[in-house]
Ligand binder design. Structure first.
Ligand SMILES: NC(=O)c1ccc[n+]([C@@H]2O[C@H](COP(=O)([O-])OP(=O)(O)OC[C@H]3O[C@@H](n4cnc5c(N)ncnc54)[C@H](O)[C@@H]3O)[C@@H](O)[C@H]2O)c1
Length: 323
């Protein structure tokens, strides 16, 4: 971490699942955080969230000055962005709402301050179209849940974004212990959500067609491809699948299967029946455990998995940081 790039004051706008994840990550890195959310229960929810996340962050290693109390909730966007060196927007995924909030943030923030949107699917140029002051500083900074543990953040600039904005953002998110992935061209869903969505659609088809239950599909991921993906990703994993001949041999052998109708990719209709099957399947898998209980278990697992990834892939970019 380069101390000089660390945003000392971070503004977090919208404190649901993702906003709270950003708050926990920034506090653990030693930042002061100012948060805004119109929901009156937000401060209480956030403090409980940070308390639950803190043990996992401690295991990964906190910054010397990390303090869960360095969090202030304020009553307006104006108060939230005052003195902020990085602003992270996490309001619900509705374009009109994002426009309203981002337009105000752009009008209020100090010049040059990056405004990252956590949007899962909206293109940055579509976000920027509502802003009039410095639209180029409004970029996509898409994280993964739980934001306080998973290092990836996809950075995507829009048509008004100068390269220096992305460079600044890269340095700031890296200083927060993340692995920024600069996406070269803006597309809906960026890179990682496109990949996850493809798997998700196929999984829904398999449930809808009665081929497998949610539990069986999760087993296929957890005990198979998922374990490999956590170290090497799709391409390097397939390179090894080709034996000594690597990817070339693998493509030669399995290339023809790409032409077979293995995948549908078009999403199935979300009928009430499919929703019931999927939701009931997940309840069955949870076996009475609450989401909070499952999150604690997931966090313990992820912290050890991150340490393992670091151990076996020490040269991998972005995994050397503390969090
Ligand atoms: N949930 C995920 O797994 C995930 C992952 C990556 C990115 N994202 C993206 O993060 C963003 C937030 O998603 P989430 O899952 O945290 O949603 P969420 O519903 O959990 O939280 C949204 C929060 O925004 C607040 N809010 C509503 N209007 C607001 C306003 N005008 N100003 C400030 N706050 C306001 C709500 O009170 C709520 O606390 C979305 O753009 C989503 O696409 C979500």
């Amino acid at each position: 971490m380069t101390a000089s790039e660390l945003p000392r004051n971070v503004a977090v706008i919208g404190t649901g699942v993702i906003g709270n994840g950003w708050i926990a990550r920034a506090l653990a890195a030693g930042c002061r955080v100012t948060a805004f959310d119109p929901d009156a229960t937000a401060p209480e929810r956030t403090r409980a969230f940070v308390e639950r996340a803190w043990p996992a962050l401690e295991r990964l290693g906190l910054a010397e000055n990390a303090d869960p109390a360095a969090l202030t909730f304020v009553e307006s966007l104006e108060a939230a962005v005052e003195g902020a060196e990085l602003i992270q927007e996490n309001v619900p995924e509705r374009l009109a709402l994002k426009h309203d909030v981002l337009r105000q943030l752009d009008a209020l923030a100090a010049p040059g301050v990056v405004i990252g949107s956590s949007t899962s699917g909206i293109k940055p140029s579509d976000l920027q179209s509502a802003c009039t002051r410095e639209p180029g500083r409004v970029i996509v900074a898409h994280p993964f849940n739980p934001v306080y543990l998973l290092p990836l953040v996809e950075l995507v600039g829009g048509e008004h974004t100068a390269p220096k904005v992305i460079e600044r953002a890269q340095a700031q998110y890296a200083a927060l212990g993340m692995r920024p992935l600069v996406v070269r061209r803006e597309i809906e869903g960026h890179v990682a959500d496109r990949l996850m969505e493809a798997l998700w659609r196929e999984a829904l088809h398999l449930v809808n067609d009665g081929v497998a239950t949610t539990e069986e599909i999760d087993a296929a991921v957890v005990y198979g491809c998922g374990l490999r993906w956590s170290l090497m990703g799709t391409f390097l994993t397939f390179h090894l699948a080709g034996g000594d001949g690597g990817m070339r041999h693998m493509l030669h052998q399995f290339g023809p299967a790409l032409k077979l109708p293995w995948t549908k990719l078009e999403a199935p209709e979300l009928t009430d029946e499919l929703i019931d099957k999927v939701a009931d399947g997940c309840e069955h898998q949870a076996a009475g455990r609450s989401v909070a209980e499952l999150e604690t278990r997931r966090d313990a697992f992820l912290t050890e998995l991150l340490a393992l990834t670091r151990k076996y892939w020490p040269e991998a970019e972005g995994l050397q940081g503390r969090i």
